[in-house]
Design a protein around this ligand. Structure first.
Ligand code: 5RP
Length: 232
């Protein structure tokens, strides 16, 4: 039987709180986007109210706005190393901890901040764990609007046909002025090859494949909170 929304929210909160407990005074913290990452913002706000000093680097304008509402101090992304980044994911591959991200459309900034972080922690409820990436949902690919037809043709030729994400009959446009192709891949057998081929398409800015970046996955479910490392 599927879990109720309240139960799933409880799992997300538990994973987020476990990750935020790892933040110590003076750290810079990458702030993810999405409903799970928003529980981490609330947990950080509680710790800041208790005296924690930290600076957040947001992965989206929405996260920046919410962080300001929570009183979380922010700093711009300047390419320098970030101590810890905490973010959600759409799919987490069980053995590798490779990810699909971008369900919320922030994948370009999310990947940049994950790459810049010394320790990238992904937080999720256990429904996000999969044996192979690509089985649950589409793979988001961010592209320049001008190149949509070319990119869609090339994605289809790679066996990853996509449709441009829309809301209320209009293209969804990201914080960086990009549009998103949601691609149906099926189970991805070689994520590295697919990521390289997609990145080589002119007009593609990035895909939602995050490979070899996760230090640990904090996953919550009926049996409690588990901390997973890649390869375990
Ligand atoms: C946004 C993302 C999110 O982290 C991902 O979509 C998971 O979101 P949620 O925690 O709401 O399920 O990649 O671009």
């Amino acid at each position: 039987m599927p879990e109720s929304q309240a139960t799933v929210d409880g799992f997300k909160r538990a994973a987020a709180e476990r990750a935020v407990a790892l933040i110590t005074d003076g750290m810079t913290v990458g702030l993810g986007s999405g409903t799970t990452a928003e529980f981490a913002l609330a947990a950080l706000a509680t710790r800041i109210a208790g005296g924690l000093r930290m600076s957040g680097v947001p992965t989206s304008e929405r996260t920046a706005g919410l962080a300001r509402q929570h009183g979380i101090p922010l700093m711009p992304f300047d390419g320098r190393p970030i101590d810890v980044a905490i973010d959600g994911a759409d799919e987490i591959e069980r053995d590798t901890l490779n990810l699909i991200k971008g369900g919320g459309g922030s994948l370009v900034r999310e990947k940049l901040i994950a790459r810049a972080s010394r320790r990238f922690i992904v937080i999720a409820d256990e429904r996000k764990l999969v044996d192979r990436l690509g089985v649950h949902g589409p793979l988001p690919v961010a592209l320049l609007p001008f190149t949509r037809q070319l990119v869609l043709r090339e994605l289809a030729a790679l066996g990853a046909p996509g449709t441009i994400r829309q809301a209320d009959g209009r293209d969804v446009v990201t914080d960086d002025g990009l549009i998103i192709a949601d691609c149906i891949c099926g189970a991805i057998t070689d994520a590295r090859v697919l990521a390289t081929r997609i990145a080589a398409i002119p007009g593609v800015v990035d895909s939602g494949l995050l490979l070899g970046l996760v230090a640990e996955a904090i996953v919550a479910g009926r049996t409690g909170v588990r901390v997973l490392s890649p390869g375990k």
